[in-house]
Write a protein that binds this ligand. Sequence first.
Ligand code: P53
Length: 479
Amino acid sequence: MKKISKDLMLGCSISANQAEGAFNVNGKGLSIAELRRYNPNLDRKDINTERKMTKEKLQEALNDDGKYVYPKKIGVNFYERYKEDVKLIADMKNDCFRTSIAWTRIFPNGDEKEPNLKGLEFYDNLIDELVKNKIEPIITISHYEMPYNLVAKYGGWKNPILIEFYTNFAKTVMERYKNKVKYWIPFNEINAANYSVWAGAGLLDDEHPNILGLSMYALHNIFLANAQTVKIGKEINKNFLFGSMVATLLNYAESCDPQLVLKTEKDQQLKIYSFFDVMHRGEYSKFSLNLLKKFSIDLKISNEDKKLLKENTCDFLGFSYYMSGVVNQIEGDVTEGNLSKTGKNKFLKANEWGWQIDPIGLRILMNRLYDRYQKPLFILENGIGFDEKLENGKINDDYRIEYMKNHLEQIQNAIEDGVECIGYTAWSLMDIISHGTSEMTKRYGLIYVDQDSFGKGSQNRTPKKSYDWYKNVCISREI
Ligand code: P53
C-alpha cells in the first residue's frame, strides 16, 4: 500500500471532438476532426498512413457520400448525456475533470467577431454542473478541433492570421469562465503539428513536398498564440494557471554505445524538450535553432515575438504519457519525419497497437522534466486502449487496473524523489472515438459505452471494474 500525495489531483480526461457528437447542432460549424473517417479495412500496421489527410481523402469526407462513416460527428453523445456523465465522475469521487471546448460551437467558421451564444450555453451548463459537484474543471482550449473553414479559407496554422482568430476564441471562453475555471491548456499535444499535420496544424499531408518544414512555420504561429493566450488570460484573472501540453515520446537508447546514446539524446531534444523549451524557457533552444537552420527553415522570429514568448511562459508542464520507445539505429542523423516510429524494448510488454507499457519510464521522465524546468507537472493523459466486449453486463479490465496502479505508483515514487506534481487525469473517462483511427474498438474508458465503430448502439454507459477500483483509490487516497 502506498499513500498518494495530498497535492495530487485525481481525475479523468476526454476531448470535445471525440466525445460530444452533435456536430451540426445549435449553429456548430464543421471541425477538422469530423473529417477523419473510420476505415474498416485498415491494417493496424498502416495507422500512420491512415492518420494522413490528403486532398483526395478530404474531398471524399466533404462529400460524405456514404462510402465511409465519420464517427467524430456522432461522438458518444456527451453533448446530450453530459449530466449523466458528470454524475458518474462525481460518484467516482474524482477531484477534477479535463475536457476541451469545441472551437466550432463558439466560432463556427473561426473568423467571426462575435461568438455563437447557443454554443456557449453548452459549456455554461457543463462547467456549472462540474462546479456544483465540486469537480475542478481542467479546460483544453483547443484539442485537434479547429474550424474547417480556417483550413479552407486561410490554409490552417501556416497563416499567422490564425493567431488573431484563436486568441479571440480563447479570450471569449476565458472571460466567460473566469470565476469557474482556473486551469487552462491552450493547445492539446502541441507537438502533434509535427507528426499529424492535419490534427495539429490544419495542413494537408500532400499540400507541399516538404510538409514537415511547413509544419514548423505553423508551429511557430501556434507557439505565439499560446503565449498570447497566457498574456490575455493573466490580464483576465491573475490566478489562472496555464499548462503546456506535449505528447512525451520517451525513447531509450537500445544499448550503451555512446553513439546511440548521443543520438537518443538528440531524439529527445527534438521530440520533447524543444517544445517545452519554448513554453517554459520562453525561447527556442540553440539545438532547435541549429536544426532549423540545417533544414533551411527561417522562422523570421521578430524581437516582438521573442519578447512575447519570453514574458508569457506556462505555469505547469502538462503532458500525455502512454508508452516508451527505443532508438536502435546509429545510421543517419536526426531525420525529418519518422517521428512516431520506434524500436522494440525486450523488457516491456506491448498492447495490440504496439504501445510499450512502461510505468518506470514515467518516473524517469518526471525526474528529467522537473530537473530541467523546475515547475510543477500535470499528467494530463495516461491510459491504455483495448478491444473490449461486455461479459454478463460487465467489463473486468484487470489489465487497465494494473496499468493505472503501476503508473500511479511511479508517479508517487517520483513525488518522493522530489518532483512536484499537481495532477493526474486518466485517459479516458468513458470509451470515446479514437483520435488516430476513429474506431470504437480501441477503448480507453473507465466506463464502457455501448457503441460500435459505425456509430451503432444504445450509447448506454456501464462502469467497468477499473471505475470501481479508481473510485476506491480516490476515496482511500491509496494504491
Ligand atoms: P488514440 C499519439 C501518441 C500519444 C498520444 O490516442 C496521442 C497520439 C495520437 O494518436 O494522442 C493522444 O485515440 C490524444 C488523444 C487520443 C489519445 O492520445 O489515437 O491527445 O486525443 O485519443 C489516444 O489511440
